[in-house]
Design a protein around this ligand. Structure first.
Ligand code: 6PG
Length: 263
């Protein structure tokens, strides 16, 4: 089940997202002493982080010392590469707020074999959440972006990981509880490391942040098109415990039908 919020202006998307971040962070830390957040990659998060690190939020009593940060996916490049998602998060977020270094969990990219990096991140998640091999971590909040080709995280159209989770029949003992996978993305000529759909879907809250007219076709295809998760991998994101939220600006919502646009 998806719930949309369509905002008149770009800034409203990130302002609302920042207010929701503060609310959820304070509630989680008050309740259990920690708030676990998974950050999306790409460029959209930069605008979100600019709002979250702005003066308006500097006195919002965000419990930064109690927040643990993870990543939905990573480009398999060195950590200091401008293409790196953790490099972007360091530059736009972590360098500007008092998070604890030990609470930042980047996806490693220094292994020779990307599959070893995926396995290591999976080990890190199981250790951090103290879960067994047949359990999934439950993150408090996961942010996702949407590519123009309707990918999310690094769940790329027609990739093996997307094919596996598009057809439950193909899920076997090896993939059933897989948390993290590595995949070669031919069109990008690079490996990617990504969380798997079941890990994302187990989150307590999932928020897609999607802006820009260039995403309108993908938004419409994912939310109103035919059910074809291999072609539109973001359709694999169906939160287990309730609604998935979409924060859209009017441009990104431009091809949704009238009914949904009334929201
Ligand atoms: C990545 C992301 C990816 C991103 C979308 C949207 O590593 O690129 O995790 O899923 O969220 O591609 O990217 P933009 O925000 O740059 O449009």
């Amino acid at each position: 089940m998806n719930e949309f919020k369509i905002f008149p202006h770009l800034h409203d998307v990130f302002q609302t997202a920042a207010d929701e971040f503060v609310r959820r962070a304070v509630d989680a830390v008050n309740a259990k002493g920690v708030f676990t957040v998974v950050l999306a990659g790409g460029n959209t998060p930069k605008s979100f982080f600019d709002v979250l690190t702005s003066v308006k939020y500097s006195n919002k009593q965000i419990p930064w010392h109690h927040i643990k940060f993870f990543f939905t996916d990573e480009r398999y490049v060195p950590a200091n590469d401008p293409l790196s998602n953790s490099h972007m998060a360091n530059q736009y977020l972590f360098a500007k707020v008092p998070v604890l270094a030990e609470n930042i969990f980047p996806i490693p990219t220094e292994f020779n074999d990307p599959k070893d990096a995926a396995q290591h991140y999976e080990w890190t998640l199981r250790k951090t959440f103290r879960i067994k091999d047949n359990e999934f971590p439950q993150f408090d909040l996961i942010y996702l972006g949407l590519g123009e080709d309707a990918h999310t995280a690094s769940l790329m159209p027609f990739s093996d990981v997307v094919k596996t989770y598009s057809d439950p029949q193909t899920i076997n003992q090896e993939t059933k509880y897989q948390l993290v996978v590595a995949l070669w993305v031919a069109k990008l000529k690079m490996y990617r490391i990504t969380l798997t759909p079941p890990v994302i879907n187990n989150a307590a809250c999932i928020i897609f942040l999607v802006t820009g007219a260039n995403k309108a076709s993908a938004v419409s295809a994912v939310l109103e098109g035919s059910n074809d998760p291999q072609r539109y991998p973001a359709q694999l994101i169906v939160r287990v415990h309730g609604k998935t939220f979409w924060y859209l600006d009017q441009d990104a919502a431009g091809k949704l039908n009238q009914i949904n646009k009334s929201k």
